[in-house]
Write a protein that binds this ligand. Structure first.
Ligand code: FE2
Length: 377
């Protein structure tokens, strides 16, 4: 049994090295298995993996989440149900590519991805199947589920994160950036840092803007953001925060959990950085801050369909919600579930937008065309 689990994990290791979501105190390249050894090991495992016993219940999980507390999440599920979890860890793009390559032969039962843009992509590519569940409908707000196909949504949010504006306290006042639209204001010319416009986190933010502002205003806004850039988009969200602290730019955009990680960092330099950088939840007087999800889906060709549904329903329980949120400094998707995260508590409560994440995902194709037109790389 252990062999199969280890083999699947080893097989995923080369892809795992590409992931972007690793907490900063965790190396991006697994120290356990050198790349070549992992590839050879995976090949060997494919040849020698013994089939599971006929009566043994298993669930094959492809996950883009890689957090310590997620371990307890899986262990508790196995304890409660007797269903053993085989896990493949890779980044979102790696998982989507792998599912496509495997096709009908894919062993995947459940897929965990981060960001609505990627979940929408997976749905468009026919990699998921719908899931109808009274438990999920009761627990997860419709705003955070995929569009209902008649047989239920194709994916379900399991945690949320907000996309916020950070600013240099010495150069910018919070009221200058308390709407997303102000990022394009002429006063901030040459002062904005942001990661690639085509990154799913930005595609989703811009998809939400498109829903709210319409195509003309959104495209004009995107053009304004490009005009305000301090440098060409590069790096991840944490790099943008660091650039603000270093004085390279005065304003940047980040997901909440990246800032929360820096707030919890043991390094004096990071604490110094956090002291210099302010955080604004935009649109508090208007539509609310853009909120995205990490989410779960049943794989198109799931062989363990029942276990897949059981697992996703389990993820909406109070304890699982807390573990999912705590694992990455996120917020539970189920209303009323509380976590005790000092960093998020310090950032404070905020009003979220109410646009369905499924609409945001559907808008990302149009957004990409706008980005191409305005030269937002
Ligand atoms: Fe991330």
């Amino acid at each position: 049994m252990t062999i199969i689990r280890n083999c699947i994990n080893m097989g995923a290791s080369p892809i795992q090295t590409l992931r972007e979501d690793a907490p900063m105190n965790q190396p991006r390249i697994s120290p356990r298995v050198p790349l070549i050894a992992a590839v050879l090991g995976a090949a060997a495992c494919l040849a020698f993996a013994a089939p599971a016993r006929a009566q043994e219940k298993v669930l094959n999980l492809y996950s883009a989440r890689h957090y310590q507390t997620d371990e307890a999440l899986y262990t508790n599920f196995t304890k409660a149900t007797g269903i053993r979890i085989n896990r493949v860890e890779a980044d979102d793009a790696g998982i989507l590519a792998r599912l496509k390559a495997e096709g009908a032969a894919s062993p995947a039962d459940v897929i965990l991805l981060v960001d609505a843009a990627r979940l929408w992509r997976g749905e468009q590519d026919g990699l998921f199947q719908p899931m109808k569940s009274a438990i999920v409908e009761r627990r997860v707000p419709a705003q955070f589920r995929g569009a209902d196909t008649g047989q239920g949504p194709q994916w379900i949010g399991i945690s949320t994160r907000a996309r916020v504006v950070v600013y240099d306290k010495a150069r910018v006042k919070p009221e200058q950036v308390d709407t997303y639209e102000e990022i394009a204001a002429p006063a901030l010319k040459g002062q904005v840092c942001i990661r690639s416009g085509s990154h799913p986190y930005n595609l989703s933010l811009f998809g939400s803007m498109l829903e709210r502002l319409g195509p003309q205003r959104t495209e004009a806004w995107l053009k304004g953001v490009v005009d305000n850039l301090a440098r060409p988009p590069r790096g991840g969200d944490t790099d943008q925060i660091r650039s603000v602290a270093a004085g390279e730019c005065a304003v940047a955009v980040t997901n909440t959990y990246y800032f929360a990680r820096l707030m919890q960092s043991g390094s004096a330099a990071d604490r110094d950085l956090v002291a210099r950088v302010g955080v604004v939840f935009p649109e508090q007087a208007g539509a609310g801050t853009h909120v995205n999800i990490s989410g779960a889906a049943v794989a198109r060709n799931a062989k363990n369909r029942e276990a897949a549904q059981q697992f996703i329903e389990y993820l909406t329980g109070d304890d699982a919600q807390r573990m999912l949120a705590d694992g990455n400094n996120e917020y539970p998707v189920v209303p009323g579930v509380r976590t005790e995260n000092p960093a998020l508590a310090a950032l404070g409560r905020f009003k979220s937008e109410t646009v369905p994440v499924a609409r945001v995902g559907a808008n990302t194709a149009a957004v990409q065309q706008m980005l191409d037109r305005v030269g937002f790389r």
